[in-house]
Write a protein that binds this ligand. Structure first.
Ligand code: 13P
Length: 252
């Protein structure tokens, strides 16, 4: 049983169209010839069409940073899964802590997004993670369990590659404070065991769980060396071509 590592770049609310084109071009070049890992980039919505042209025909998968569950209609500010598919997007980040914390997205809403994405063949990258105060209060595993169970509520996963999870401890995002390999592995192992109670063994064992939170070229190898860390969701370091190239070329 082999999980193919996934290196994902979340560009958040960064990049002009010119910057997006250049960065995507650098990512395409950086992963030429790599066959033992998958690469994904998630530009802002405004740059998706531009980046789609650059990555077309390459192994780089295009992702959105969010997705609605409806096909069309009166949902101001939202983007339908079919609109993303039209652009060549095959993945979408859902439930990022910035969506949860700044924009008030709830577990129930996030679950709807996951269901909607899957209905249209878009692979969700479902994010979850505890805040610093939750960790300090000893609630980490309870928070992870709640977010994962709620996010996946009613979701039938038939093909393990069609669902990606991402553990992103909120205190490690954009702070330069990475979870230690042991802290990350402990959380990933907990979630793996949780998945084993929710899905058939062959499915739960094959679903990928990424780690995100201050991943950089210096810590990626040690993190991905852990048995239940199947890839990285990278913010800041994915905006610099040279550091993201090194992350793509991680050595386990
Ligand atoms: P940083 O890598 O900048 O900490 O961001 C992580 C993240 O939120 C990726 O989704």
């Amino acid at each position: 049983m082999q999980r193919i590592p996934l290196i994902a770049g979340n560009w958040k609310m960064h990049t002009s169209l010119a910057e997006a084109r250049a960065l995507a071009g650098a990512v395409v070049s950086a992963c030429k010839g790599l066959t033992d890992r998958e690469i994904m980039i998630a530009p802002p919505f405004t740059a998706l069409a531009t980046v789609a042209e650059v990555v077309r025909g390459s192994q780089v998968r295009l992702a959105a940073q969010n997705v609605c569950w409806e096909e069309q209609g009166a949902f101001t500010g939202e983007i339908a899964p079919s609109m993303l598919r039209e652009l060549g997007c095959s993945m979408a980040i859902i439930g990022h802590s910035e969506r949860r914390q700044i924009f008030g997205e709830t577990d129930a809403l996030i679950n709807q997004r996951v269901a909607g994405a899957m209905r249209f063949g878009i692979t969700p990258v479902l994010c979850f993670g505890e805040t610093l105060s939750e960790r300090e209060a000893g609630q980490t595993m309870a928070v992870l369990e709640r977010q994962v169970r709620a996010g996946l509520s009613g979701i039938n996963v038939v093909e393990p590659a069609s669902m990606v999870l991402a553990y992103e401890p909120v205190w490690a995002i954009g702070t330069g404070k990475t979870a230690s390999e042991e802290q990350a592995q402990e959380a990933h192992e907990f979630v793996r065991n949780l998945l084993l109670t929710m899905y058939e063994k062959s499915i739960a064992q094959q679903m990928r769980i990424l780690y995100g939170g201050s991943v950089n070229s210096g810590n990626v190898d040690a993190l991905l060396h852990q048995p239940d860390i199947d890839g990285a969701l990278v913010g800041g370091a994915s905006l610099k071509a040279d550091s993201f190239e090194r992350i793509i070329h991680f050595r386990q």
